[in-house]
Design a protein around this ligand. Structure first.
Ligand code: COA
Length: 259
């Protein structure tokens, strides 16, 4: 595939998407989001891919937000279009049946923080900084930040961060529950791969079901308990369930096939 603002590399079942605009702090312009969208089409359709890492190039930024220069002259109509498009792509990441980890290697601000929050997990290097500084620009977050930030850090802290534009360190993000782990910059990608490899040893069917059930906790139009009951029952029709339970009883490691 032809990408100019991201690089995409698949190795041992893990696709790494690297945002590649380091001279602009990896700011997410519309073309770049379109490339992430296309990269996820491949993730969705390619059975070889079992997990995804999204990261930023360079040692300074994961992504410092939507591209301010690009949207500064937008009309309200165009801005809504931009927001709808961003929501669609970030929902696509969140709904992915394969685990997606944000490897936050520096600033994750505005749309960058929103992108990280649309992933299933966030790992941060010690130099990472998180924030929603839109209020400073006279605008509100437009890629899900007013909703997902509260989901992770709760109302009290979330509304403080949204209203003050305060940036928080990786350690603070860990304390608040926004990130799963903090590592050195060198250890960031290896640690993401280690977690993905662990998940990849499980049944991909079950991984998909767990992601769907966990997502439904936040979906006001869905009953997560009902979905869990359905999916729990569905597991019993699969080869992977037979393999998993037999392997336990036979005291051996399960070999899941995704069937
Ligand atoms: N959109 C467009 N360009 C951006 C950008 C963004 N969100 N963030 C950074 N850049 C550009 C800068 O304009 C600059 O470009 P230039 O070299 O052509 O002037 C380049 O990236 C480097 O950024 P700079 O501000 O010089 O780096 P810094 O180390 O002094 O500061 C940040 C880094 C991240 C603190 C700062 O760039 C920043 O505050 N960015 C905007 C964050 C933001 O408000 N995001 C929300 C957007 S909705």
């Amino acid at each position: 595939m032809d990408f100019s603002l991201i690089t995409v590399n698949t190795e041992d079942g893990i696709t790494t998407i690297t945002i590649n605009r380091p001279d602009k702090m990896n700011a997410l312009n519309i073309q770049l989001l379109g490339e992430i969208d296309k990269a996820f089409d491949d993730v969705y359709g390619n059975d070889e891919v079992r997990g995804v890492i999204i990261t930023g190039s360079g040692a300074k930024a994961f992504a410092a937000g939507a591209d301010i220069a690009e949207f500064s002259n937008f009309t309200s109509e165009k801005a809504k279009e931009m927001s709808v498009n961003g929501h669609r792509i970030f929902n696509k990441i969140e709904s992915c049946s394969k685990p997606v980890i944000a490897a936050v290697n520096g600033f994750a601000l505005g749309g960058g923080c929103e992108l990280a929050m649309s992933c299933h997990m966030r790992l941060a290097s010690e130099n990472a900084k998180f924030g929603q500084p839109e209020v400073t620009l006279g605008v509100i977050p437009g890629y899900g930040g007013t909703q997902r930030l509260l989901r992770y850090v709760g109302m009290a802290k979330g509304i403080e961060l949204l209203l003050t534009a305060d940036m928080i360190s990786a350690e603070e993000a860990l304390r608040l529950g926004l990130v799963n782990h903090v590592t050195t910059l060198e250890e960031l990608i290896p640690k993401c791969k280690q977690i993905l490899q662990k998940i990849m040893s499980k049944s991909p069917l079950v991984v998909d079901q767990i992601i769907a059930c966990a997502n439904s906790y936040y979906n006001k139009n869905e009953d997560g308990f009902e979905l869990e009951i359905d999916e729990f029952g569905n597991c019993f029709d699969t080869d992977d369930f037979k393999e998993g339970t037999n392997a336990f009883l036979e005291k051996r490691k399960a070999n899941f096939t995704g069937k």
